[in-house]
Design a protein around this ligand. Structure first.
Ligand SMILES: *Cc1c(COP(=O)(O)O)cnc(C)c1O
Length: 446
């Protein structure tokens, strides 16, 4: 099969996510036939380095033999069974391991990040109801926060473009200032900016804690906001304030979890213990959809009762799917077998060095890095900068999709010197080609 044929059929019958479909009249879909390691291959043999880990889900490259073998073995054993009234070894083992890794020993499962957000919000509000404080049913989140796009999750997702059309459907959460280090005033450090944002949170909680169930935050990096990074001190202040005002702290580690920020989970860099952790994306190494919400004994016990209605009556058909749980276990085994976090530290230095010419580019501002995430803001008024850059990057064999004027890289953990150079050279070449585009030129849009 050729690229053009599959593109044509996709345009006829597939409705693609997060996309104005008409755009694909001028900007063709990229059909991917297979993937291996950091490479995606189209139907005509062209390859692209997966610089965004396929929307932040892939950790150890595509088709990792260990995860593949575990999935095949699991398929021979048990494909799926409902988790209400039933249990199985993959879900038990995974829950034990996640408990050990996070200190939160009760795991509830779904299949995507937005559902994990909704589960955490529902559990939090239901906890307060079960403990005699039903008025604590509102939520607070950070400016620019992203927690998924279902109607419930949109309540705490502060991205206007994603929310506007559905405003009448959404019960909006309150939004407090982001500790984004880029908001620093002259002379201010990242820690000062975090303190200013934490002060605003404190003022808000003083006034509204009685009606607030939980604060939800993306720890250290607000990824969808354009890799907005903040100082860990914000998380310590947020934890202390939530404890003082009896408000749950939900950390959404869907993008930041599993080593992405340098530690297994981002909130661990602040030395805090949240009340809920949302996980997904890298949980299965990028192979199968799975999400989990972890919580404390205190929350769990508030639901444990003779009364059915005090239980957490939430489910998805595929809750705790054995194949997905087995893929997650194989992923965690890779972290145990290899010293992934230490190896990533070395790898990150290689990538940072490779990116040096891009970082030094005259049009780049706010170059930043944490763990295996790099981001650069581009000074440009070019309309369609993200799609133009994306097209030029693809022409250089690199998959990168800027968010607004922010270029970022979030590659799998199996890069090396050679692929780092390919990625960095492709990014720089794409930037120069994009900046050489005139607003009217269409070659950037193929
Ligand atoms: C991607 C993401 C989500 C949503 O996950 P989906 O699986 O896309 O629903 C939620 N929170 C954060 C921080 C994310 O990055």
């Amino acid at each position: 099969m050729k690229n053009a044929a599959i593109i044509e059929r996709s345009m006829q019958h597939v409705w693609h996510p997060c996309t104005q479909m008409k755009r694909h009249e001028s900007l063709p879909l990229v059909p991917i036939a297979r993937a291996e390691g950091v490479w995606l291959y189209d139907y005509e043999g062209r390859r692209y380095l997966d610089g965004v880990s396929s929307w932040w889900v892939n950790l150890f490259g595509h088709g990792h033999p260990h995860i593949k073998a575990a999935l095949v073995a699991q398929l021979d054993q048990l494909d799926h069974v409902m988790l209400a009234g039933f249990t199985h070894e993959p879900v038990v083992k995974l829950s034990e391991k996640l408990g050990q890794l996070t200190g939160l020993g009760h795991a509830f499962y779904a299949s995507d990040g937005a559902s994990a957000t909704e589960i955490a919000l529902k559990m939090s509000a239901h906890y307060w109801r079960n403990t005699g404080r039903p008025e604590k049913c509102r939520f607070v989140g950070l400016a620019g926060g992203y927690h998924g796009e279902t109607v419930g999750a949109l309540a705490v997702t502060d991205i206007a473009l994603f929310r506007e059309a559905y405003a009448p459907l959404v019960r909006l959460a309150a939004i407090v200032p982001s500790p984004d280090a880029r908001a620093a005033q002259p002379g201010e450090s990242a820690a000062d900016t975090a303190t200013r944002a934490a002060d605003a949170l404190e003022v808000w909680l003083q006034q509204h804690h009685a009606s607030t169930a939980a604060l939800i935050i993306e720890p250290l990096v607000q990824c969808a906001a354009g890799m907005a990074m903040h100082d860990a001190s914000y998380l310590r202040r947020a934890r202390a304030l939530c404890s003082r005002y009896d408000v749950h702290l939900v950390v959404d580690e869907i993008a930041t979890g599993f080593g992405r920020t340098g530690t297994m989970f981002a909130h661990q860099q602040a030395g805090i213990r949240p009340d809920f952790i949302c996980l997904s994306k890298g949980l299965t190494g990028g192979t199968l959809p799975l999400s989990a919400v972890l919580t404390t004994d205190t929350v769990y016990r508030a639901f444990y009762d003779d009364d059915t209605a005090r239980g957490f009556l939430h489910s998805h058909s595929y809750t705790g799917n054995p194949l997905a749980c087995r893929a997650a276990l194989a992923t965690l085994e890779l972290f145990e077998q290899q010293d992934v976090l230490a190896r990533n530290e070395t790898l990150a230095r290689t990538l940072t060095a490779a990116f040096a010419p891009l970082t030094a580019h005259a049009r780049i501002k706010n170059a930043r890095q944490l763990g295996m995430i790099w981001a650069w803001d581009v000074a440009t008024d070019l309309p369609d900068f993200p799609s133009r850059f994306h097209q030029h990057a693809m022409a250089h064999g690199v998959l990168l999709r800027p968010i607004g004027n922010t270029i970022y890289a979030m590659p799998p953990y199996v890069m090396n010197e050679e692929t780092a150079q390919h990625l960095a050279r492709g990014a720089l070449a794409a930037l120069n080609a994009t900046l050489a585009d005139t607003p009217e030129s269409t070659d950037g849009r193929r």
